[in-house]
Design a binder for this molecule. Structure first.
Ligand SMILES: CC(C)(COP(=O)([O-])OP(=O)([O-])OC[C@H]1O[C@@H](n2cnc3c(N)ncnc32)[C@H](O)[C@@H]1OP(=O)([O-])[O-])[C@@H](O)C(=O)NCCC(=O)NCCSC(=O)C[C@@](C)(O)CC(=O)[O-]
Length: 347
């Protein structure tokens, strides 16, 4: 009998190389954050059609969890203004979760009004993600309040969402370093993560928002958080500002974390973390985990199709007027081009 997915109740089909029940401990979930974290910081207007196509293509490539957008104030993050249109127009594949980010009660009410107006059954989103940070300085910049006050405000949001049958995921930002107040106390990360877990978050994602993490620091931080939150409930969210994100993914996996957030094409950056670059690229994570003891869980026969994710990474990057920054994405495309040149030369 195959194990159940850690995030949904569906049975997993056999991932490549999946052999024994013991391997179930090595199943890794990817939360694809490209359509939300990846795009929220873009300056130019991104048409809804492009966002919808991005989500649809990722789902068809086997992504099982796709963050589709956010219901935040469009004055604060204009790029996410069209999320209600996106979630009503995208396809919904069975077994795929399509979470949206919500900062407060108003955001949740806005989701419900979209759901009521469109009468989707089952609701087009089955999950919200709420967020706060390990420092007051970052929470002030991101949510215009303190961390303690944000937790107080988020508690009824989580309760209402749970009562309505939605899953709730939590984020803690700046778990390693804060762009405004410097080094972060991991005990504070632990307290905030626990507060989110206590309010019913099935999972708490630990965000190295500025990407200053190194494997040692990530391991130390997770060791601390595990004292109060079971590791099964933790996810790792690494930005690649200093080129350490893939190494940090492995550090988190070694600590027992089995869910990793990543962004196709390495898109992204938080609007309130000046200078921070994108999330770890989904392509880089998939490539790095190939042949390892870990098996990535996807909706498409148990896998996420790396070749297709590379194509999507290039496609969306070119839509944004640049090249993919995923190292694996660039290398795989270059090798494809070499093969094509060789093939033509032999004709
Ligand atoms: C929380 C607020 C709204 C407080 O912002 P505020 O200005 O204190 O809010 P307010 O309650 O005073 O309201 C101001 C205006 O916004 C409206 N408003 C209020 N709430 C909403 C809403 N939900 N949706 C739409 N509109 C809203 C409200 O109606 C009002 O409109 P007005 O009367 O001026 O016309 C604001 O700070 C905000 O939207 N912040 C979100 C910032 C954000 O999205 N950051 C990026 C996501 S977090 C992230 O990227 C990190 C993560 C998760 O990826 C992990 C990591 O890497 O660390």
């Amino acid at each position: 009998m195959f194990p159940r997915c850690a995030l949904c109740t569906s049975r997993l089909t056999r991932p490549r190389g999946f052999a024994t029940a013991a391997s179930a401990n090595n199943l890794v979930n990817i939360v694809e954050v490209g359509p939300r974290d990846g795009l929220q910081n873009e300056k130019g207007v991104i048409p809804v059609d492009v966002k919808v196509e991005l989500i649809n293509r990722l789902a068809r490539a086997g992504a099982q969890n796709i963050e589709t957008g956010s219901f935040v104030s469009p004055k604060w993050v204009p790029q996410m203004g069209g999320t209600s249109e996106v979630i009503t127009r995208m396809e919904r594949l069975p077994g795929v979760h399509y979470p949206v980010l919500v900062p407060n009660h108003k955001g949740l009410q806005n989701i419900f009004s979209v759901l009521d107006e469109t009468k989707f059954t089952p609701p087009i989103t089955d999950e919200i993600a709420i967020f706060t940070a390990a420092t007051d300085a970052f929470t002030r910049a991101n949510l215009n309040t303190t961390t303690a006050e944000s937790l107080r405000q988020l508690e009824p949001v989580a309760r209402t969402a749970l009562d309505k049958g939605l899953r709730v995921r939590g984020y803690v930002s700046v778990v390693i370093a804060c762009p405004y107040s410097g080094a972060v106390d991991y005990k504070r990360v632990r307290e905030v993560a626990k507060a989110l877990a206590d309010m019913g978050c099935y999972q708490v994602s630990l965000g190295d928002t500025v990407g200053q993490g190194t494997p040692e620091r990530v391991a130390e931080m997770i060791e601390e958080v595990k004292k109060s939150v079971p590791v099964e409930k933790l996810a790792g969210h690494f930005h690649d500002t200093y080129g350490t994100a893939v190494a940090n993914v492995f550090a988190a996996l070694a600590q027992g974390v089995r869910t990793i957030d990543s962004s196709v094409g390495g898109l992204g950056g938080c609007p309130y973390s000046p200078g921070a670059t994108g999330n770890v690229a989904t392509e880089d994570v998939l490539y790095a985990l190939r042949g390892s003891r870990y098996h990535v869980v996807g909706s498409n026969n148990g896998t996420i199709n790396l070749d297709e994710v590379v194509n999507i990474g290039w496609w969306i990057s070119e839509k944004l007027g640049r090249e993919s920054v995923s190292r694996a994405g660039r290398a795989i495309r270059a090798s494809r081009q070499r093969e094509e040149t060789d093939r033509k030369a032999k004709l």
